[in-house]
Design a protein around this ligand. Structure first.
Ligand SMILES: [Zn+2]
Length: 296
């Protein structure tokens, strides 16, 4: 496995970086990766992840597709309820912010959000790296889903009113170049909506290395509100609002408890509740944070 070694901080370029903790790939390979921290800007990142060409081995491409359509069983029913609830929440947020109806959902997966927005009257299109997911979205919903190259070649400047990334930026190998491109293809009044896990949340600090949202090596970057604001700032954005994602602390805490002790639906759920309560009064302490970014 060829690895990508960071010699300097991917955010501020400082060379004063060092190992912070070891985290296991609990969900797929069981390999252990190191998280490193920058002494200058506090950015936390996965050190020595697979090179992009070999990252596919760390993803289970087709399983989530069958999962997303399987109606059997209590867990799947809950999953569908949760997904529908979050689609509604995302729509309400985007619809309040958007100055127009042309939307790009970057990393749209099987296309549920893109389809939802189309049905709400948006001219929405998606970009997705996984070819199977792309085809699925196109066939099931009839939506327009492009391959990633489209971002850099397929759109004129000022094309979109809204760009959304729901738990995607932490997977992108060169997030700064993507943010710069999002800046170009967004209209002057456009909004960029980015949701990512927050390693300074209550559930993250409570679980330490077992926190499920480290999700190494798929998550290359581990953002805090400060480092996210710094990164989008370098691309010309400022954060105008932050919001929590109400279901994430429960899901992440239950997964984390499973990684930590092999079970613990109730104790995981209780830790999720504590994290939820914290983020309810302070979104920037949420398990995941939604950053609304506008051009400076
Ligand atoms: Zn740094």
């Amino acid at each position: 496995m060829a690895r990508l070694h960071h010699d300097y901080c991917p955010l501020c370029a400082s060379t004063v970086i060092s190992a912070q903790m070891e985290v296991k790939d609990h969900s797929i390979t069981k390999e252990v990766f190191e998280l490193w921290r920058c002494a200058s800007c506090d950015f936390l990142f996965t050190q020595d992840p697979p090179v992009p060409e070999e990252a596919g081995a760390y993803y289970q491409g087709e399983e989530y597709i069958s999962h997303s359509d399987n109606q059997e069983g209590v867990v799947n029913k809950l999953y569908h309820k949760a997904r529908d609830f979050m689609l509604g929440q995302k729509f309400k947020l985007v619809d309040r912010l958007a100055r127009g109806k042309h939307l790009l959902d970057y990393g749209t997966g099987t296309g549920y959000f893109t389809d939802f927005m189309v049905r709400k009257g948006y001219s929405a299109e998606g970009i997705e790296i996984d070819e199977n997911a792309r085809r699925y979205g196109a066939e099931k919903f009839g939506i327009s889903v492009h391959a990633p190259e489209a971002l850099f070649t397929g759109f004129a400047d000022n094309t979109f009113d809204v760009i959304t990334l729901w738990h995607v930026l932490e997977h992108l190998y060169n997030p700064k170049s993507y943010l710069e491109k999002f800046y170009d293809v967004l209209s002057p009044e456009g909004v960029l909506v980015i949701a990512v896990p927050n390693h300074e949340s209550k559930d993250a600090t409570s679980f330490g290395p077992d926190w499920a949202a480290y999700d190494v090596p798929r998550h290359l970057w581990h953002f805090s509100p400060a480092t996210m604001k710094m990164m989008v700032g370098l691309a010309g954005f400022r954060v105008s609002e932050t919001h929590h994602m109400p279901l994430d602390p429960f899901y992440v805490s239950i997964m984390s408890q499973k990684y930590a002790s092999g079970g613990g639906l109730i104790s995981g759920g209780l830790k999720g509740l504590r994290s939820f309560a914290t983020s309810f009064s302070d979104a920037e302490r949420g398990s995941s944070v939604i950053y609304v970014c506008v051009k400076k």
